[in-house]
Structure formats: C-alpha cells, structure tokens
Ligand binder design. Structure first.
Ligand SMILES: [Fe+2]
Ligand SMILES: [Fe+2]
Length: 183
C-alpha cells in the first residue's frame, strides 16, 4: 500500500546546489558559449545584444571573484603569484569591457574588441581552471559555504545590473519621494 510521503525525491534536488568551483565553471561555460554565438552571428543587432550580455555576465562574474572567491582562495592556497596574475588579467578585461559598452556595432573596431576580449577571457579561464581551481579543490576551504555567499551576492549584483536599464524612468519619481522624505 502506498503511503502518503512515498515521494521523497524533491529533497534531493533542493540539496544539490553547486559548490563554488562548479558555480564559477558554469559561468565560464556560459560566457564561452556567448562568445561562440557572437563569432557565428551575422546580424549587427544580434551581435550588439550578445556583446552587452557578455559584458554584463563578465562584470558580475569578476566582481564575485574579486569580492568573495579570490580573497578566500588566496588565503587557502597561499599562491600569491597565481592570484596576482588573475587580478591583473581582470583589470585588463575590464578596460576592454568599458570600451565595448561605449561602442556602437557600426564602429570598425567593435568586432575586434569583442574578439580580443574573448581570446583574453579564454586564456584567463584556462589559468583559473587548470592552475587555481585544482589548488583550491585540494585546500580545506569550505566550497559549499563559499557558494552560499556567492549566490547571495550574485543575486544582488544581477539586480543592480538589471536596474540600470530602467533607472532613468524611475529617477523622476524617486526624486520627488526623496524631496518628500527630506521635508
Ligand atoms: Fe572566472
Ligand atoms: Fe577570473
């Protein structure tokens, strides 16, 4: 006879959250896929859209690494050379991202900038996954706890990035409510 709580399966999916390294690798795979789509796209509109998505994804990912993952990894693996190189690579990527975000798809340099960013990011991802992550995996860092912190922060950052688009529309009403609050 079937009992009421015979279906205990949902618990498994709720428990199975990716750890910090898995989360970062998933981001890497996602952004590599976006660069691939960019390369294969023939439409300027589509390319423009993809480039903006790539920039947003990379901005959130690098910030998450710099705020939460890198400091923890640095302490856990004690390999300052690897960590410093990663930070320098992020800075170079951010410069390219800032250029791309200001550019129009009509610009002669648009495709080149995105392509170079892609090559750059691929190199950086290889270094993280082949040098940094294996050391972190061997350390005693709690990767599930770290993942929890990263998930919370990621939600905040994705929200902030999304707000930019309608910030202009809400600014006027916000201005009047601020005036009221200050009165
Ligand atoms: Fe990364
Ligand atoms: Fe990184």
């Amino acid at each position: 006879m079937a009992t009421r709580n015979s279906s205990a399966t949902p618990r498994r999916s709720a428990r199975k959250q990716p750890d910090a390294l898995r989360m970062l690798k998933d981001d890497h795979d996602k952004v590599k896929g976006l660069f691939e789509k960019f390369k294969n796209s023939r439409s300027d509109d589509k390319k423009g859209e993809l480039a903006q998505t790539i920039c947003k994804e990379l901005t959130v990912h690098t910030q998450l690494e710099e705020e939460i993952f890198y400091p923890a990894a640095r302490e856990a693996i004690g390999d300052d050379d690897t960590m410093n190189e990663a930070v320098v690579e992020h800075a170079a990527a951010k410069d390219l991202i800032a250029d791309i975000q200001k550019m129009s798809t009509d610009d002669d340099m648009f495709d080149a900038k995105v392509t170079v960013l892609g090559e750059f990011v691929n190199h950086h991802i290889r270094e993280e996954q082949n040098q940094m992550f294996p050391q972190v995996r061997k350390s005693d860092l709690d990767l599930n706890d770290l993942a929890e912190q990263m998930r919370t922060r990621k939600r905040e950052l994705m929200g902030e990035e999304g707000e930019d688009e309608d910030a202009g529309a809400s600014r006027s009403s916000q201005g009047s409510s601020n005036a009221r609050a200050n009165a």
